[in-house]
Design a protein around this ligand. Sequence first.
Ligand code: PEP
Ligand code: MG
Length: 558
Amino acid sequence: MSTHRAGLGVSPGVVAGPVARLAAPPRPPADEKPGDDPVAELARVDAALDQVARTLQERAQATSGDAADVLTATALMARDPSLHSSIQGLLEQGRPTVASLDSAIESVCDVLAGLGGYMAERAGDLRDVRNRALAVLLGLPMPGIPHPGHPFVLVGHDLSPADTATLDPAEVLAIVTEEGGPTSHTAILAKGLGVPAVVRCPSSRDLEDGTLVVVDGSTGSVIADPAPDLVTQALEQADARRRLTATGAGPGRTADGTAVALLVNIATIDDAHRAAALDCEGVGLFRTEGMYLGRHSAPTLEEQEAGYREVLTAFAGRKVVVRTLDAGADKPLAFVEHGDEENPALGVRGLRVSWRHPELLQTQLQALGRAAASTASDVWVMAPMVATPSEAADFVASARAAGLSVAGAMIEVPAAALRADRVLAEVDFVSIGTNDLAQYTFAADRMQGELAALLDPWQPALLDLIAAVGAAGERAHVPVGVCGEAAGDPLLACVLVGLGVRSLSMAPGLIATVRLVLAAHSLEECRAMAAAARDAVDGVTAREAVRALAGEAVRALI
Ligand code: PEP
Ligand code: MG
């Protein structure tokens, strides 16, 4: 019999496929007793490590390049004789088996972490070996992304950045998690890959491996063991959506011709190459910290220049908005020291890091200035977490000194939105980060899925702040864009345009639907939608009110 679960749709699309669960990393049992025979226990541990090494080698053979090298190196670590000796020593001291393996590996990780740089990054790989070997010893499912040998719907508690790094969109049909929110890592990643996703889906981990599910990443519905006609209907609907969205092309416009630039959000050089091949007008948000996640030392000027040049070259002739490092809170970087902070989201993050480490920002701007000078793209640079007009002015001065002629600020702190006129007087453009602006307006941690309703970008209070910025932009003739997740919601995109926003930057997979829905509404209609949304009492009724104003064809699509 089919069962229905209702979660939060965060990346659109409908698929049907079998479940494969993401297992959590196992822990040594607290009540584990030592084995009777240390020699036999050592043989058990060796066999588990050998099994892990063989699996890693098989995966290395099935892939190529850096990924294959890392997998081969990790397999070698699993067979390291010094690891074997330290486990043997612990077992001979009478320590329990699983705990011995765990603590021997943790000691090696400590040494690697102390060495810094490339070696420190290997600690994560070795912990993966430990987790896998523990799963073998305890008879538990393998942690991490499963590899059932066929395409699957990935179901888990939540995805860590490490899990998602290895996720292959050719294998993963959809993602369903119990935790997460609209701006969580899972949501952003899924949209980036164009994979439908539902977060905050209750008891989804009860779904057994192999269960057939229909996942709708727009409505948030997850149906297990669906009737065959439902599967057919879901797939037909998905097909109709794909056909419709494939009909539009070219720059974004409202029905009456108001230009609204449709841009992509990227975080890595690979993202840039993938997105450059798409029908988009450029990059509206290059999250540069995405290039340095996992690094333990700051990238050099030359490394940065080479990276930026590659991205800018990929988008030659188009606009690229580069955001300077937004380290801290939800985006920790190992080489940026934040000290102990009780509330990292309210701490020294984003542009504020340059108060302590001015050299980080200067080097980044210099690298970008050099890359911009030698490429033909239209480079814009902006700072994250700007709160005051003087911060905006200082940033613009630094950018200009580095040879960057178009400099702006993200508006993601309510103070900057409230005094938009004065911030806009200092900059060439602004881009509204609705993810953080929602977090700070509602005092709701964006990492807490439980607060999803407050973080809903349809909340009228958030729209009021966006309206203030849009109006200030129109008065000052300074371009206002949106690069938070709100920009990729096709109905909300119309509202944003009605509020004065003239560029929308989103995950590449969302552009086609946004283009189609915008083209179906005039600027006047977008303004009416904006007024209806701001008149509503909460996010849900705001969306309903706007949906009622949308054309029938559009309602069938979203
Ligand atoms: C935002 O806050 O909306 C934004 C675009 O930046 P990030 O999600 O990277 O914080
Ligand atoms: Mg932000």
